[in-house]
Design a protein around this ligand. Structure first.
Ligand SMILES: Nc1ncnc2c1ncn2[C@@H]1O[C@H](COP(=O)(O)OP(=O)(O)OP(=O)(O)O)[C@@H](O)[C@H]1O
Ligand SMILES: [Mg+2]
Length: 289
């Protein structure tokens, strides 16, 4: 599988030469595989948001390189300025950036700026709205009359409508209840499946990442501590725990029961996975059935 994003020995320091100097990224190398959902996890302050802002040309690393495909995006002005169309970045709390008088205009803002025809813009607005669960009648409303979760989904739709090659989101479900989280991640999952778009998400939730991510990158204190498929990373339970990251509760429960003799697979992440596997095990079907 092809790598579509590569960070090569990237470093970044805030407040260089001041008493507030902070090394946010220290020699970070990572890669994101095309068409996969990659979750970036790690403690607060470990450098996740700093890295994300480098992926679309916004923040230039102090050292190292960022590649999108084969392009070293900070090697020329042109590559850097086109990165924002290739990589759609959704900031944390993107709903604060809504500003148009209707939802339709807000979602249309990005594609309009790309110089697309009115017809194409409208098509994209409807397409993006579908994935985030925004019905057509909501398109005529003011974004300020919507609920928090709806506003968030409108903001995400505005980036989807630009049809970037890579979609990057910083904590897209933070502050939402379980239903709101499911609406966001379920929409992203469906979008990935239908369009094949590569998705990179920063999240604090192991449960969400266990459910939706294919690959994981673990940040710790400005460095990449581990990366690989979700299955590979979740085999390193002790190392994760040593930096205060726990596997999802269902995974822990299933592994505990397996130790006690139940025939359960190691890749159980959700209540549904657990129920299926326990029922299968109890009926003597075995874990591979
Ligand atoms: N604008 C800034 N000025 C100075 N220091 C900053 C700035 N932004 C981030 N930092 C510092 O850089 C380090 C990395 O921050 P960053 O926001 O990238 O971490 P994070 O992993 O996204 O954290 P969180 O999970 O809390 O969002 C932290 O020590 C943070 O305090
Ligand atoms: Mg952050």
């Amino acid at each position: 599988m092809k790598d579509i994003v590569t960070a090569e020995k990237v470093s970044y320091i805030y407040g260089e030469g001041t008493p507030f100097r902070v090394v946010a990224l220290d020699n970070v190398s990572l890669s994101v595989r095309q068409g996969r959902f990659t979750g970036i996890i790690g403690h607060t302050g470990s450098g996740k948001s700093t890295l994300l802002q480098m992926l679309n040309g916004l923040v230039k690393p102090h050292g190292g390189k960022i590649f999108i495909g084969d392009d070293d995006i900070y090697s020329s002005k042109k590559l850097r300025s086109t990165a924002c169309f290739r990589v759609g970045l959704v900031f944390q709390y993107p709903e604060y950036q809504l500003f148009e008088d209707t939802v339709r205009r807000d979602i249309a803002f990005g594609p309009k700026n790309m110089g697309l025809s009115d017809e194409e813009v409208e098509k994209r607005v409807l397409y993006a709205s579908k994935f985030v669960g925004i019905d057509e009648e909501i398109l005529e409303k003011s974004p300020f009359d919507l609920s928090g979760g709806q506003k968030r989904r409108v903001a995400i739709a505005g980036i989807l409508a630009m049809r970037p090659e890579i979609l990057v989101l910083d904590e897209p479900a933070s502050g939402l209840d379980p239903i709101g989280r499911r609406e966001i991640f379920g929409g992203l999952d469906a979008y990935k499946k239908e369009t094949g778009t590569t998705i990179v998400v920063v999240s604090h939730s192991m449960e969400d990442m266990a459910k939706y991510a294919d690959d994981l990158v673990v940040f710790e204190n400005g460095k990449v501590m581990m990366q690989g498929s979700k299955q590979e990373v979740f085999e390193r339970e002790d190392e994760l725990r040593s930096v205060g990251l726990e596997l999802p509760r269902m995974t822990r429960l299933a592994r505990l029961l397996a130790k006690k003799g139940l025939d359960l697979p190691r890749d159980i992440y959700t209540v549904e996975d657990a129920l299926d596997a326990i029922l299968r095990s109890a009926s003597g079907g075995g874990s591979d059935a």
